[in-house]
Design a protein around this ligand. Structure first.
Ligand code: GTP
Length: 415
């Protein structure tokens, strides 16, 4: 029951949103094209039974994605492994569409032996990578469907101590494959001080085991407000959350989502009471695109290249190339690159030839110009010489005027 979950079990439900969720802000995160296509986000929820996973999902998206537990037929047989179920809903806010897929992992940590609870989850994440890889290899890549898991919310039981071996094992196995977002479940069962200390211990454990949880990047080009907002979000990790899809009444008569206790009400949407708002902000309003990008550019890319390497090894051992789509793809890519290279060389050659032609032409016209110039100069010189000769002849054969004669000392006798 663990394979092909995104088609098998997923049912797309249209949902009307109650209240503001915040993904109408998504167009600010990416460009227009995505708005037209609609957004697609897949989030995985992992944690032991009863930690409030379904409640959180319902709270997070302001819609009952999960039917009431009472309405579902309880199944007679208890599953022997971690089951993986996925559920999609098309939700819309201010004309912005979001297809949200939630991948649930019931059964995680519920067995006597939980040593390999992480395994079906890892397999599921990798199967989704494989499905994407397979699409990339297709000739027609226009209709790519991205079913990769973009974020994994991991529920930590509110023990107030530290991480359990199960938590460490899960995160250690998964941290290079998915964006891990740890949360402290049902944080209303801990006091403020307990939460503070628990958070620190969790972070210490995570660091000690060299686990890479999702790190929201800080961009220098972001404005001060965004940077501050990001810092604030990051400072809350692991988010201490409270979930509730029910409204309760406050003493002043207002109705809010929360949990009622004899000593008062814990409000889900109140940042003073818990980190739910910050978690939602990060997932939906500020980091959805970043989570998708990191999944594609880092997590998937690492998986893909590792896969290519192992495929490459197999390729050396057998005549694998013909049937291996990855090798084929690589080959196609190499061919394409060679083609581009050839085109570039050809273009360079044509360019060079054109330049040479132009240069030759210029040189020719220059020579022509020079020749014409010389011709004209010669003609002028010839003309000048002729004129000079004429002048000389005229001067020598001309009768002398009286003035000139006088100057020359001739004397005239006019009488
Ligand atoms: P499974 O479906 O068994 O995996 O459980 P789950 O993790 O989905 O838990 P679910 O959402 O069904 O919640 C289990 C119980 O915990 C319900 O009674 C919820 O009302 C309650 N619960 C959920 N969230 C919180 C919370 O933040 N604080 C407290 N105190 N109780 C919660």
């Amino acid at each position: 029951s663990t394979c092909d979950p995104w088609t098998a079990i997923s049912a797309v439900i249209r949902k009307k949103l109650q209240g503001y969720v915040g993904f109408a802000n998504l167009p600010n995160q990416v460009h227009r094209k995505s708005v037209k296509k609609g957004f697609h986000f897949t989030v995985m929820i992992v944690g032991e039974s009863g930690l409030g996973k379904s409640t959180l999902v319902n709270t997070l998206f302001g819609t009952t994605l999960y039917p009431n537990k009472g309405e579902t037929e309880p199944s007679d047989e208890t599953p022997k492994t971690v089951e993986i179920q996925s559920l999609s809903a098309d939700i819309e806010e201010n004309g912005v569409k979001l297809r949200l897929t939630v991948v649930d992992t019931p059964g995680f940590g519920d067995f006597v032996n939980n040593e390999e609870s992480w395994k079906p989850i890892l397999e599921n994440i990798e199967a989704r990578f494989d499905a994407y890889l397979e699409q990339e290899n297709r000739v027609n890549r226009r209709k790519m469907v991205d079913n990769r898991v973009h974020a994994c919310i991991y529920f930590i039981a509110p023990t107030g101590h530290s991480l359990k071996p199960l938590d460490v094992e899960f995160m250690r196995r998964l941290h290079t494959k998915v964006n891990l977002i740890p949360v402290i479940a049902k944080s209303d069962t801990l006091t403020e001080d307990e939460i503070k200390q628990f958070k620190q211990r969790i972070l210490d454990d995570i660091a000690y085991h060299k686990i890479q949880i999702y790190q929201a990047p800080q961009y220098e080009y972001d404005d001060q407000e965004t940077l501050a907002e990001n810092r604030e979000i990051i400072s809350k990790i692991p988010f201490a959350i409270v979930g509730s899809d029910k409204e309760v009444e406050l003493p002043d008569g207002r109705r809010v989502r929360g949990r009622k206790y004899p000593w008062g009400v814990i409000e889900v949407d109140n940042e003073e009471h818990n980190d739910f708002v910050k978690l939602r902000q990060m997932l939906i309003r500020t980091h959805m695109e970043e989570l998708k990008e990191h999944t594609n550019d880092v997590l998937y890319e690492n998986y893909r290249s590792e896969k290519l390497v192992t495929m490459g090894v197999q390729q050396d051992q057998t005549v694998f190339k013909e049937v291996n789509p990855l090798a084929k793809m690589e080959e196609e890519r190499a061919l394409h690159e060679a083609k581009l290279q050839k085109m570039e060389t050809e273009m360079k050659m044509v360019f060079q030839q054109k330049v040479q032609e132009k240069e030759a032409k210029l040189k020719q016209s220059e020579e022509e110009l020079y020749a014409r110039h010389k011709e004209m100069k010669d003609a002028l010189e010839k003309q000048r010489l002729e004129l000079e000769e004429k002048k000389r002849r005229l001067e020598s054969g001309r009768p002398i005027t009286p003035e000139k004669a006088k100057k020359k000392g001739f004397s005239f006798n006019n009488k």
